[in-house]
Design a protein around this ligand. Sequence first.
Ligand SMILES: Cc1cc2nc3c(=O)[nH]c(=O)nc-3n(C[C@H](O)[C@H](O)[C@H](O)COP(=O)(O)OP(=O)(O)OC[C@H]3O[C@@H](n4cnc5c(N)ncnc54)[C@H](O)[C@@H]3O)c2cc1C
Length: 336
Amino acid sequence: MEKITTDICIIGAGPVGLFAVFEAGLLKMRCHLIDVLPQVGGQLSEIYPHKPIYDIPGYPDVTAQQLVDNLMLQIAPFHPTFSLGERVENLQRNEDGSYNISTNDGTIVHCQVVVIAGGLGCFEPRKPEIDRLTDFEGKGVAYMVKNPEHFRNKKVVLAGGGDSALDWAVFLSNVAERVTLIHRGDTFRGAPDSAEKVFELAREGKIDLILKSNVVALTGDDRLQEITLLDRDQQVSHIEADHLIPLFGLSPKLGPIADWGLNIDRSAIAVNTVDYSTNIERIYAIGDINIYPGKLKLILCGFHESALMAQSAFKYVYPEQKLSFKYTTVYGVSAF
Ligand SMILES: Cc1cc2nc3c(=O)[nH]c(=O)nc-3n(C[C@H](O)[C@H](O)[C@H](O)COP(=O)(O)OP(=O)(O)OC[C@H]3O[C@@H](n4cnc5c(N)ncnc54)[C@H](O)[C@@H]3O)c2cc1C
């Protein structure tokens, strides 16, 4: 069993958890991060590493993985430590107000402050009801596009009507031999610009768009070979496919954190927007996992929340000191 002592224990090494290390580091607070995934980066590394992001200040565009790599460089001076591939399970409050956090692997982290940056929680893709879907997992069926190169010159079928399905249909149209997007409706839930791009590609014959239809069954020997569709008029059709990517979102699973006595509202942790503190002293929630009036699940909003959290958490780590606000342009980043 590993025992770690730190100032702040951050649950979740997504972009917001990573940037929290920087904001804490400027105030000389050390951080240990725990993530159930084997790599850092949260949704960015796990769901869309090669997709460009356009709304990070100062970057006209940056791929999700580049942003994660840059965040790791930015926090390196503060030497954060990590427990990856471990799921946070329990929280124990000590008499002096500090906490012990424990993981499913037996790691115990003793800390003054807990920051929950758990995003959507532990990732679990929603699986549609398709006959033999699970038989072909890893043999043609995937729920995320980790590396688009995997689909180069293949026949790829995407299913879904949200942003992920639209974005990947556009992106993979330049990579795959053929992209088919199947959606049960005839309008999309995703961003109107992305939907328009998909309709345009379909009009130009660069992708196949099949609306008002559902994937109902899969067939193949060792690997996926054919997909069966059923349309609204109950007509059955078949298409050849090397890959099926159902993109119906991730079901948020807060897991054991939901039993810690935190105020939970619609599967998210309610916070005070003064400093993103929760209803439990010394526990903060930042990034996609929190909720407050006007909340936007955007990376830059999580970055802002990290800054305010760190200013507030300082009093628990250094109760004897008075915090004075400083610009990094004036004082630089002093490593420790
Ligand atoms: C396809 C797609 C495109 C997007 N595009 C944009 C965009 O262009 N711009 C933008 O700003 N945002 C975008 N987003 C949203 C953005 O990815 C999220 O706002 C961001 O990832 C939130 O960061 P986070 O650190 O709060 O959470 P996450 O990235 O979700 O990271 C949370 C981490 O916590 C871990 N975790 C959770 N519970 C536990 C536990 N109990 N124990 C251990 N680890 C745990 C998870 O494994 C995960 O790694 C997009 C999202 C998707 C899906």
